[in-house]
Design a protein around this ligand. Structure first.
Ligand code: PLP
Length: 364
């Protein structure tokens, strides 16, 4: 039997599997597996979403101008250089579609977000996962892997699932070592959660260089993951390219309106950021107190390391927690088979996880 053959690379893709939402036999489990917002979206966003119901017979305005204007106003950016996407995943993929030819190379850190590899392989290009140092992107190693074929460099900053970040001067150093034909894509999905003086999400970089793009999302601090909305801030020429390759109506009317409304509720965002900072630090300390290693994180999640001792492994812990209705994320596919990633949740969820992990470590 002859079947149609996809482009080289496509069949090398391991399909992305999202965080589980249910576990067999447990009613109302707590989902802490996908870094969604603990507090959910602003009521203003929900009201705008519901209000859009009466308008769904009509195509959305294709360039998402109401949302681009709102983003531009909120962040002080030129709306003409913002491109919205059906989640930032779509933008990360569109960049690969537009800039990678077969055989080109895309660089990213060894434990980087899986979408980079998928988007690269889908374009018959070569993913280069560069070794990290202490679970953080190693700029020297990245630069050592640059070749004339390097067209894209994806940098998740902060990175998921490690929770680490590169300070601004390191991002500058990475960029300074890249040839002008390579595009640096700074994926700042967790930017709003970071409270470090030496962090810059990428706005300043995009303002200064023709080969830097920053992507952002409404899925995390804004609590709108289900609506699929992301945006990219780009040099004018890159925005022009993305506007040629994107789907003509890639962001729906309800999504545009909900996201624009979410931006207006600064108080809700502030509350979400405060909640996250408090409980992320609390979880880090509480889980360390059980004897487990937890890395410092600047995101809305923490990475927990488990020993390889029988009965105490990450797989054992995952099973133990699932039986108690607590769903974390196994990250073996990120090259971290001994870890689980825990999203910061509401207070009761955080307390339950910490107590369950303490029990897990105490049991004989
Ligand atoms: C969650 C996440 C995103 C956001 O993806 P969306 O498609 O916007 O939901 C992007 N990058 C990283 C590293 C993430 O963890």
């Amino acid at each position: 039997m002859v079947t149609p053959i996809p482009k080289p690379g496509v069949l090398d893709i391991t399909p992305y599997v999202g965080g589980r939402a249910s576990v067999g036999g447990v009613a109302d489990p707590i989902k802490l597996s996908s870094n969604e917002s603990a507090l959910g979206p602003s009521p203003l966003a929900l009201a705008a979403y519901e209000g859009a119901a009466k308008d769904v017979a009509v195509y959305p305005e294709g360039s998402a101008s109401i949302l681009r204007e709102a983003i531009g106003e909120t962040y002080g950016l030129d709306a003409a250089r913002i491109v919205c996407g059906n989640g930032s995943d779509e933008l990360l993929t569109m960049l690969a579609n537009a800039y990678l030819r077969p055989g080109d190379e895309a660089l990213f850190g060894e434990h980087a977000f899986l979408v980079y590899r998928i988007a690269t392989l889908a374009n018959s290009a070569v993913p280069i996962a560069v070794p990290e140092k202490n679970l953080r992107v190693d700029v020297d190693a990245m630069l050592a892997h640059v070749t004339p074929k390097t067209k894209l460099v994806y940098l998740a900053n902060p990175n998921n699932p490690t929770g680490s970040y590169l300070p601004h001067d390191e991002v500058r150093r990475l960029h300074a070592g890249l040839p002008p034909h390579a595009l640096l894509v700074i994926d700042a999905a967790y930017a709003e959660f970071v409270r470090r003086n030496d962090y810059e999400p990428g706005i300043e970089m995009v303002a200064n260089f023709p080969n830097v793009v920053m992507t952002r999302t409404f899925s995390k601090v804004y609590g709108l993951a289900g609506l699929r909305i992301g945006w990219a801030y780009c040099p004018a020429a890159v925005a022009d390219v993305l506007n040629r390759v994107r789907g003509p109506f890639n962001v729906s009317i309800p999504a545009q309106r909900a996201a624009a409304a979410a931006l207006k509720d600064r108080e809700h965002i502030q509350r979400s950021v405060e909640h996250n900072a408090h409980w992320r630090d609390w979880l880090t300390e509480a889980i360390r107190a059980t004897g487990l290693r937890v890395d410092d994180s600047v995101g809305n999640f923490v990475l927990i390391h488990f020993p390889q001792t029988k009965g105490r492994t990450a797989t054992d812990a995952d099973r133990f927690l699932c039986e108690r209705g607590l769903i974390l994320r196994a990250v073996g596919n990120y090259g971290l088979p001994d870890c689980l990633r825990l999203t910061v949740g509401r207070e009761d969820a955080n307390r339950k996880v910490a107590a369950a992990l303490a029990e897990f470590m105490r049991r004989p």
